[in-house]
Design a protein around this ligand. Sequence first.
Ligand SMILES: [Zn+2]
Length: 181
Amino acid sequence: MNRRRMLNALKSPDEFGQYADEAVLPEDTDPQVYLSHNRLPQPFHLLCEKDSVISQLSGTVDVYLHDSSVNRFRVTVGDHVYIPAGTPHRIVPREPGVTLRYMALEAGLLGAAWYCASCGGELRRYEWEHDNAVAPARFYAAACARFNADKAARTCESCATVHEEIDLDAYAWTELAAAEG
Ligand SMILES: [Zn+2]
């Protein structure tokens, strides 16, 4: 393992930020492994164009899948959950812990999506091309900031329920979102 990356993985949770998905293996490793220290629920569903796998290094999470016959997986240390390509999924920690995400090096399109809390209808999704040179959390922060800024996007067309704004500070994403413009 690349020494610099190895040291990155040993940074404290506060340095990482939640859902940082920092790459921990040498940069040409396929699949790449992404590490996050998570405490709060992931504030969106993630979509990956290709298959991916989630596992836990510590702690326990529930992974909620949308558009899937199985709606929830409990994932604890040593478990692996296979996420089929294109399946929106959201991590909800039951206790703080470290989540690993295995993704193809050429990951293609990723996206963030939100669903109505009342009727389950899709509110909005934003997509971007995965870039190995850019921290994934930059894209997450930008997507959340865009969602916050657009009340129409947060309002359900079917039942008019309004999704609350995401607290970017709670995820240490305020600066990231600003940097993204
Ligand atoms: Zn609705």
